[in-house]
Design a protein around this ligand. Structure first.
Ligand code: CUA
Length: 229
């Protein structure tokens, strides 16, 4: 999760987020190079005193400063497209989780397992335990197995919400009447915090998401306990 003064991206916990961070760094590097070059040129313009009364056109330089930016943009566009298609790929998921956005909480269904379903509300500040995270902890966490492909189906019951987990590189809108799909692979056991990221009404800030990723045998135990009850 994000803590104090963490202005960059969170550490990745999935291969997709790792690729997203690589792409971010790559794009930032190109951006810095352009900014430095243009900044240097503009700065130097203040101090030059070259004048040419007969300069009316410069075909070659115009050709260069038209095509060079276009080629540079390709170096961002092509990796971006590659990422887009990787993110869209569904790799034979072993678990499917359905999350439904409501005003203002999430509810979850494990449709593969006798349709286990529950609501997940934020814990109010006055009920928070001393080791809890204010505005981020929920009463019922999403339990998911690590090292497995997981499919997420996102929808909403009233207005548009967005199911967002930064460390996993997941951000899917939940839209009433539609079922959106994405998938991810969690590569370590941990707690992952996220928040709704569509402005969905008065309590938009108060519908966090907590994922608890556990080893597969723990997940199976949790599933079988909940199926019996
Ligand atoms: Cu749900 Cu913002």
């Amino acid at each position: 999760m994000s803590t104090w003064a963490n202005l960059g991206l969170q550490d990745s916990a999935s291969p997709l987020m790792e690729q997203l961070i690589f792409f971010h760094d790559h794009a930032l590097l190109i951006l810095v190079m352009i900014t430095v070059l243009v900044g240097y040129l503009m700065f130097m313009l203040f101090f030059n005193c070259y004048i040419n009364r007969f300069l009316l056109h410069g075909q070659l330089i115009e050709l260069i400063w038209t095509f060079l930016p276009a080629i540079i943009l390709l170096f961002i566009a092509l990796p971006s497209l590659r990422l887009l298609y990787i993110l869209d790929e569904i790799n034979e998921p072993s678990v499917t989780l359905k999350s439904i956005g409501h005003q203002w909480y999430w509810s979850y269904e494990y449709s593969d397992f006798n349709n286990i379903e529950f609501d997940s509300y934020m814990i109010p500040t006055n009920e928070l335990s001393t080791d809890g995270f204010r505005l981020l902890d929920v009463d019922n966490r999403v339990i998911l197995p690590m090292n497995s492909q997981i499919r997420i189906l996102v929808t909403a019951a009233d207005v548009i919400h967005s199911w967002t987990i930064p460390a996993l590189g997941v951000k899917v809108d939940g839209t009433p009447g539609r079922l959106n799909q994405t998938n991810f692979f969690i590569n370590r056991p941990s707690l992952f915090y996220g928040q709704c990221s569509e402005i969905c009404g008065a309590n938009h800030s108060f519908m966090p998401i907590v994922i608890e990723s556990v080893p597969v045998n723990y997940f199976i135990k949790w599933i079988s306990n909940n199926m019996n009850s």
